[in-house]
Design a protein around this ligand. Sequence first.
Ligand code: SAM
Length: 287
Amino acid sequence: MVKTEYEFEKKWWNAKAHKEESDMFDEKINRELRWKEINKNLTSDIKTILDVGGATGVFSIPLAQKGFKIVHFDISDEMISIAKNKAIETKLTNITFEQGISADLSRFDNDSFDLVLNMDGAVSFCGIDAEKAIKETIRVAKKKVIMTVSNKANMIISSLRSGLHLSDERFIPAIYEMFDKGFWHTHQYNENKEMVKGCTNDYLGPIKAFTLTELKLIFENNGMKIERLTSIGSLTNHCGKEFVDKLFEKPKLYLEYIDLCDRFDKEICPDSLGSNQRAGIMVVVSK
Ligand SMILES: C[S@@+](CC[C@H](N)C(=O)[O-])C[C@H]1O[C@@H](n2cnc3c(N)ncnc32)[C@H](O)[C@@H]1O
C-alpha cells in the first residue's frame, strides 16, 4: 500500500477549499443527518469540543456560536483561513485554530476534550494511517467521539462503475484492493490515474474504507462503548438525485424526509451503502 505524503495531501486540500461548501444533493442530506446526531449528543456535560478536519468551519463555527469552547484542527491552511475569517466576522473568542495531521494529535493530552468530532475525511483520507487517526481521536476524547468514515461497500460499487471502461479481460486491481484491504491510492495502479481524471488536480485520495464489523473491533479494542454504528444517508442513495431535487422544492416534505432518512439508517438498513459523496458510515462512541 502506498505511503501517505501529507505535504502533497495538504496542497490537494488547499486546492479544494473554495468549493468545500458547495454541497451536492446527497452531501446536503448527509450534513443534515450529522447535525441531527451532533445535536442529540450536546448534553449538559459537554463544554469542550475538538473538530478534527474542521475544514471551513461548517460545524465548528455554529458550535462556537452556541457557546462551546472549540479547537478547530485541519491539515489545510486554506480551509483554516476561511474558517478563521468567519470567526473574526462574527467576533467569536471561544474558538482556536490548529494546523496539523489527524494521525498525530500529540500536541493534545489524553482526555483533553469532552467531545471529539472527526467527520468526513480526516480519518479515511489518511490512507494507511487511518487506524492511527482513529486511535488518536479516541485518546484525546474525554467523553465522546462522533466520527464518519468511508464505507467499503460504497467504495466497491463506485470503483466498479468508474473503472469498467478501462478493461475488457479482468476487473482492474483497484477493485480487489478495496475488497481485500479497503484501500485506494491514485498512484498505486496505472488504471487508478485514469479513474480520477476530472477530479481536483486529477487526483483522489488516499482512502481507507471500512465495514461496520471492522470498525466495531477497532473501537471496542480501544475501550470504547458503541452507541451508534450505522451507515448514514442510504435512503437518499436509493431514492436518487431526481427524487431528492423535487423535495428541495417542498420544504415541509423535505424536513419530514430527513427524519425518514435518519430512521432508515437506524431502524431499517443500518448496514447499507450510505451517502455517495460524503463518508457513508457514522460512529458514535463513549469512554
Ligand atoms: C471533506 S472535508 C470535511 C469537512 C467537515 N469535517 C465536514 O464534515 O463537512 C475534509 C476535511 O478534512 C481535512 N483533512 C483531510 N485529511 C486530513 C488529515 N490527515 N488531517 C487533518 N485534516 C485532514 C481536509 O483538509 C478537509 O478540510
